[in-house]
Ligand binder design. Structure first.
Ligand SMILES: Cc1cc2nc3c(=O)[nH]c(=O)nc-3n(C[C@H](O)[C@H](O)[C@H](O)COP(=O)(O)OP(=O)(O)OC[C@H]3O[C@@H](n4cnc5c(N)ncnc54)[C@H](O)[C@@H]3O)c2cc1C
Length: 309
């Protein structure tokens, strides 16, 4: 079965989500990985190394949904599956492509059970739906965090497409958050802070601990709404979906909308003064006490043990 995957990239670098989507989609067949954009030499080179990629296709032009949809609808005739990550590009372009091809997209796939059978979360992650897709062609978005990254051991050939992708829409500006911490959606360790931190300054406690562990930083919506943490740190139903090996939840009650974003976490440590908090009950390990005492002690202890990643 032939598979076309759309690569995510930004600022001249291949996004870590692409390696995860490639790994997930490799269960469906050999992959042609499509890189669209200008000045993408580094992206294409990185894409060609991913295990499971048979060929990298590259086209110049805009990565905006209307132009991308035109290119994909032409390419789609060659493939059984067209796959993207369930990120901002995939969420924008794949429903348009599906509508154009008169197909039903299967979105937010977290498990591939077989060639036509997929699992996806519903009801804010409180139930998992199994979808059987018997259409001739499949339009899928994959939740990258649900899959391990593909290894990098190949050197796939590169095919330059003649098509230039032109959009009617125009990109006016890009605003990037500068950060030296790992990407929240793909980090191995995530530390999340709740509204109990009490101020943006107190979030520094989380940042210190995160630096020690080489972790990404997240927050609850209550903490974001209170102005203690930036919007792009929000984890949950209306924030980012994470799937780290370890999630340390600090002063977080564990509302359903927050839990919807952390179901892929392999181990959870909760630090909370309330032993009855839902997240404490869900956690593998719970430290019951005042976060303002526990966090500085934990950070100092880890530093004294020489833990710094
Ligand atoms: C439509 C909708 C979408 C939403 N989407 C999201 C989403 O995407 N993500 C999200 O996170 N929320 C979301 N929410 C909000 C969600 O319902 C909760 O309100 C929010 O997650 C609670 O955040 P919190 O845990 O920081 O605060 P709280 O629920 O107030 O919990 C604070 C916790 O801190 C503990 N605590 C207090 N002081 C200390 C201390 N000194 N030391 C240790 N522990 C302490 C308390 O025991 C408590 O458990 C959404 C809500 C709605 C209605």
């Amino acid at each position: 079965m032939s598979v076309l995957v759309i690569a995510d990239h930004d600022a001249g670098a291949l996004s870590p989500t692409t390696a995860r989507v490639v790994q997930g989609a490799s269960e469906l067949g050999p992959i042609d990985l499509l890189v669209v954009g200008d000045d993408t030499q580094n992206v294409v080179a990185a894409a060609a190394t991913l295990a499971g990629v048979a060929k990298v296709l590259t086209a110049k032009g805009d990565v905006l949904a209307d132009g991308l949809e035109m290119l994909l609808s032409t390419l789609a005739v060659r493939y059984h599956y067209v796959v993207a990550s369930a990120g901002s590009v995939g969420k924008d372009v794949m429903p348009r492509l599906a509508a154009k091809l008169d197909l039903m997209p299967v979105t937010d796939v977290v498990k591939i059970l077989g060639p036509t059978s997929f699992e996806r979360p519903i009801y804010a992650g409180n139930a998992i739906q199994t979808v059987t897709d018997n259409q001739a062609k499949h339009i899928l978005t994959l939740r990258a965090s649900a899959f391990r990254p593909a290894a990098t051991d190949t050197a796939a050939p590169i095919e330059v497409l003649d098509d230039e992708v032109n959009s009617v829409a125009r990109l006016l500006a890009v605003q990037r958050t500068q950060s030296d911490t790992p990407d929240l959606a793909t980090a191995q360790i995530v530390i999340g802070g709740g509204v109990a931190l009490g101020s943006a300054e107190n979030f520094q406690l989380i940042e210190n601990l995160a630096k020690t562990l080489g972790a990404a930083i997240g927050a609850t919506r209550a903490a974001v709404d209170a102005g203690y943490a930036p919007n792009d740190w929000q984890i949950g139903q209306t924030g980012k979906i994470i799937a780290p090996d370890l999630y340390i939840a600090i002063g977080i009650s564990g509302a359903l909308q927050h839990l919807a974003g952390i179901q892929g976490a392999r181990k959870i440590i909760a630090i909370n003064s309330d032993p009855e908090a839902p997240l404490v009950k869900l956690a593998d390990i719970a430290l019951i006490g005042d976060l303002f005492e526990i966090i500085p002690q934990l950070t100092a202890e880890l530093e004294s043990l020489g833990v710094r990643r």
